[in-house]
Design a protein around this ligand. Structure first.
Ligand code: CTP
Length: 402
């Protein structure tokens, strides 16, 4: 399994804010995700945390001066600028942002950023009044005009005891911005609808019928599509997963609610992916009060839920420009035959079949092993991959069809 940042050369540019200590952990995360990282610290940053910390974590020399006496032939601001895919500036102080906005090159970090053709992701972190000052806001807008990604700071209580925007966001948010900056924007502007998670069907005021789906595959598809530039709507049943940044999330509970949420958005999307594990049945009557255990036995009558994917497939037959329709098939036996049957019967463009009896694939795990079936073509069997990578492989296939 390859890691998301394998073969990616990243410069981590650190400027002088109290938040420097948080970035030590981000460096470890960048390395864990497969990135090759060089660290540049501004002079002010070295006052907060010693370069030794970053050298020890990266296993490499930390750069901070424009004028290196050793290896003088290898001018650092040019070699670092050329040999990198992405510069992550975190924390970015008001001073560093002003330098970048005005094209100054009076320290190594600003000179490298000026000289690079790589993607640049800037993470402002400072006192809220400094952040909200029109001068800083104007400088941030300039960076956006240059094509840099500027990650909005989080709000909360700051080291200076003020409350407001200016804190470094969590790693998960930064990771998403990095992956988006590096991703090929082959779904740019493409509206896609993804369903995820289980549905729950109430029995009484406290109980329900559901299934083991956690939403991991659908959420991974939403993240991957967003990274590739799509406008993503994610309709999800109950899930504990954090909402993917930049994705429009619609939360539903029952199959009927999911049905309505999907059908009303049918025409607005170019691709619909139904990764949700929809309950096929629901109790015929929902008791308004908690059922007491007094009775010796209890019989519950179930009635079928709408098959959302089937309806989408049927609607596609009547539509002039139907969205591409991708289904999932969770099978515990005869997966390929069952997948092929659902592909045909539900009028799909692709179906992703997974074997839910395997312990490393299917519900509630981070990996998946799927086979993609398309109309009139062979099955393509993917190896065991993270759900994130499986999601990208599915989008690779969809992009070819678009
Ligand atoms: N699906 C749906 N609405 C339902 C049931 C399933 O939209 N009421 C969708 C799922 O989101 C998935 C696909 O249909 O994309 C296949 O779901 P699966 O549970 O594997 O199959 P079923 O259609 O329920 O068929 P069976 O019970 O025969 O396996």
């Amino acid at each position: 399994m390859s890691l998301p940042l394998t073969d990616k050369k990243i410069v981590l540019g650190i400027s002088g804010s109290i938040a420097v200590y948080k970035v030590a952990d981000w460096l470890r995360s960048l390395l864990k995700e497969g990135g090759e990282v060089n660290v540049i610290m501004t002079e002010a940053a070295t006052r907060f945390v010693s370069p030794l910390t970053f050298a020890a974590l990266s296993g490499k020399k930390v750069y901070s001066s424009m004028f290196e006496e050793e290896n003088a032939e290898n001018i650092p601001h040019i070699s670092l600028a050329r040999d990198c895919d992405l510069i992550l500036i975190a924390p970015a102080t008001a001073q560093t942002i002003a330098r970048l906005a005005h094209g100054l090159a009076d320290d190594l970090l600003s000179a490298v950023t000026l000289a690079t053709k790589a993607k640049v992701v800037v993470c402002p972190a400072m006192n809220s009044s400094m952040y909200l000052h029109p001068a800083t806001q104007a400088n941030i807008n300039k960076l956006k005009e240059y094509g840099y990604t500027v990650v909005d700071p989080a709000s909360g209580l700051m080291a200076c005891d003020e409350k407001g925007p200016g804190r470094l966001p969590e790693w998960d948010v930064i990771r998403e911005s990095i992956l988006q900056a590096l991703a090929h924007q082959d779904l740019h502007g493409c509206p896609v609808l993804i369903t995820a998670g289980p549905t729950i069907e109430p029995i009484d005021s406290v109980r329900f019928i559901s299934n083991r789906s956690t939403g991991k595959m659908g959420f991974a598809l939403a993240r991957a599509a967003h990274q590739r530039g799509a406008q993503v709507t994610l309709i999800t049943g109950p899930s504990n997963l954090p909402h993917p940044p930049g994705v429009h999330v619609v939360s539903v509970l029952t199959a009927n609610e999911m049905h309505e949420a999907v059908m009303t958005r049918y025409d607005r999307n170019r691709v619909i992916v139904k990764a949700a594990a929809v309950s096929d049945f629901r109790p015929k009557t929902v008791r308004p009060e908690k059922i007491k255990k007094a009775a010796a036995s209890l019989t519950m009558t179930l009635q079928p839920n709408p098959d959302i994917l089937q309806e989408l497939g049927d609607r596609g037959k009547e539509s002039k420009h139907p969205p591409l329709l991708i289904g999932f098939a969770a099978e515990s036996r005869d997966h390929l035959d069952e997948g092929a049957r659902k592909l045909r019967d539900k009028n799909l463009d692709l179906i992703v079949v997974n074997d839910i009896s395997a312990t490393d694939a299917g519900f509630a795990v981070d990996t998946n092993r799927v086979t993609i079936l398309a109309r009139n073509s062979d099955a393509s069997e993917l190896p065991l991959l993270s759900k994130e990578e499986t999601a990208h492989r599915i989008w690779n296939r969809v992009v070819k069809m678009l």
